[in-house]
Design a protein around this ligand. Structure first.
Ligand code: GLC
Length: 481
């Protein structure tokens, strides 16, 4: 048996699809551990995540109670009920902590830092329990701010246990007032004073993870460069990352072949491969028009945007293409929900261009698949984008991406002007006309003699599988092992 196969990896995450999901982190945590087991042959992968109310309600019947754990100081009244599920060779443990995770939503509470501090202490106890039972983890792979204290807490007990911190979104960092360090985590105040758990004037979860992890990565090479380019970015996180030297890198995410595969996608009316994409996409377009109650206008381009509606996603730039759509009679379908202001902007856009823009507030997985398949173009003008999964999904379904040059968008979408171009990339998000001019180029290609054919071929044959990404993670695990 090779060294790799005997590795024992623990993933710690606040979301994991299909059990809990608010964004791309859930997809990655749903796919990476499975790919490690199935594609790279790693022997043991364990995932721990919260047993939210929604998780317990939906999957409770499938879960088996493993054991109960009482959290010590400072949470000596907290019981953690641990449930287990084994699927595709991966062991999942859900921590059901009454009062902490038994709530309507995953996040968005004023005590979120306290909730995930308690979760992190529970993870530490779990690792000790597993160790006492004879299972020692070789790598503990933490994700985003919610797990930021885990590397430090583990190293208090097992100084040589290797930890990785993956940053999926540096904009969310998690913080506590310094005087809460002892109350919440039983950590001494000098850790704040000496800077190891501090960023600015608070205790910062993500920064702590970066500081104590043996290696740190973000989810694309270009975003890693962006974070290093400006030490002050994201509240000064860049400086902490610079200090990691070679131990900070970018690994571009993969995309599930199960969930996103147009050749066997039962959510679209007519599954298709590249060779019959015209028929498949036409059927999906018909279904999309029906879902939005729109009379289709043949030979006009269909633009799609599917996104969380937050400032990160930069969707206000869509205003820039309203007139172009009007001129060519094209249609833009927007699917998503998010903050009040961003939703308001989309309603206004729809009002301003009623013939051309349709906004569906909310989220439907079924509808999203139909739209990915139906579109000619997929628009994603993100302000910043650590990796981005939607542009990769669109490409799989032969929907040509029009994107800003932020983070992972630049790593995955090459501009049509490059050999093997896969879409249209605009630089300088601050320039209001960037998306507009990329859209003009897109429309020119759409109406040209060859149309989008070359791009669709390059998009549908682009390898965005987890196979590649999982191998890169394995190389990192090996480096630390
Ligand atoms: C976050 C990032 C996104 C990334 C995803 C998974 O949602 O915003 O860019 O693809 O995490 O890593």
């Amino acid at each position: 048996m090779s060294l790799d196969c005997s590795m024992n990896i623990l993933y710690v995450t606040s979301e994991c699809a299909p059990f809990s999901k608010s964004g791309g982190l859930a997809d990655v945590m749903g796919d990476l551990p499975r790919s490690m087991v199935m594609q790279t042959g790693v022997e043991s992968c364990v995932v721990v995540s919260p047993g939210y109310r929604s998780t317990m309600q939906k999957y409770g019947a499938k879960l088996v109670k493993d054991y109960d754990m009482k959290l010590d100081d400072p949470y000596d009244v907290l019981w953690v009920h641990i449930y287990k599920l084994v699927e595709d060779g991966v062991e999942y443990f859900f921590f059901d902590i009454p009062g902490i995770f038994d709530r309507d939503n995953l996040y968005g509470y004023s005590d979120d830092p306290y909730r995930f501090a308690a979760f992190s202490l529970a993870v530490k106890r779990f690792i000790i329990d597993q160790n006492n039972a004879g299972r020692r983890f070789d790598i503990v792979h933490c994700n985003d701010w919610q797990t930021g204290f885990v590397p430090l807490l583990i190293k208090q007990v097992y100084w040589d246990m290797r930890c990785i911190m993956t940053i999926h979104n540096p904009a969310y960092q998690g913080w506590l007032p310094p005087d809460q360090l002892w109350n919440c985590l039983r950590l001494p105040y000098w850790m704040y004073e000496n800077g190891s758990v501090r960023l600015g004037d608070s205790v910062n979860f993500l920064k702590t993870g970066v500081y104590f992890a043996d290696a740190v990565n973000t989810v694309s090479a270009h975003h890693a460069q962006e974070l290093l380019a400006d030490g002050n970015c994201f509240g000064g996180l860049g400086w902490a990352l610079k200090a990691k030297g070679d131990l900070f890198l970018g690994i571009t995410n993969g995309l599930s072949d199960r969930e996103f595969n147009p050749t066997r996608d039962m959510r679209i009316p007519l599954p298709y491969s590249y060779h019959v994409h015209k028929e498949g996409k036409a059927a999906a377009r018909e279904a999309a028009m029906k879902a939005f109650s729109i009379q289709d206008r043949p030979n006009t381009p269909l633009f799609i945007a599917i996104s969380r509606l937050t400032p990160q996603k930069g969707l206000e730039r869509l205003w820039g293409i309203g007139d172009s759509l009007k001129k060519c009679g094209g249609r833009l379908m927007i699917l998503g929900s998010g903050d009040y202001d961003s939703e308001g902007q989309m309603y206004k856009l729809q009002e301003a261009y009623p013939e051309n823009v349709s906004f569906w507030r909310g989220y439907s997985n079924d509808l999203s698949h139909i739209l990915y398949a139906a579109g000619d173009f997929f628009v994603m003008p993100s302000r910043f984008e650590p990796c981005g999964l939607s542009q990769m999904i669109a490409m799989r379904y032969g929907t040509v991406p029009i994107v800003s040059d932020a983070g992972g968008l630049l790593d995955t979408v090459t501009d049509i002007s490059q050999p093997d171009g896969r879409g249209f990339v605009f630089g300088n998000w601050a320039d209001k006309d960037g998306l507009w001019s990329a859209t003009c180029r897109a429309l020119e290609t759409y109406y040209s003699a060859d149309g989008l054919e070359n791009l669709i071929r390059n998009d549908m044959f682009y390898d965005s599988s987890w196979n590649r990404a999982a191998k890169n993670y394995l190389a990192l695990y090996r480096k630390l092992y």
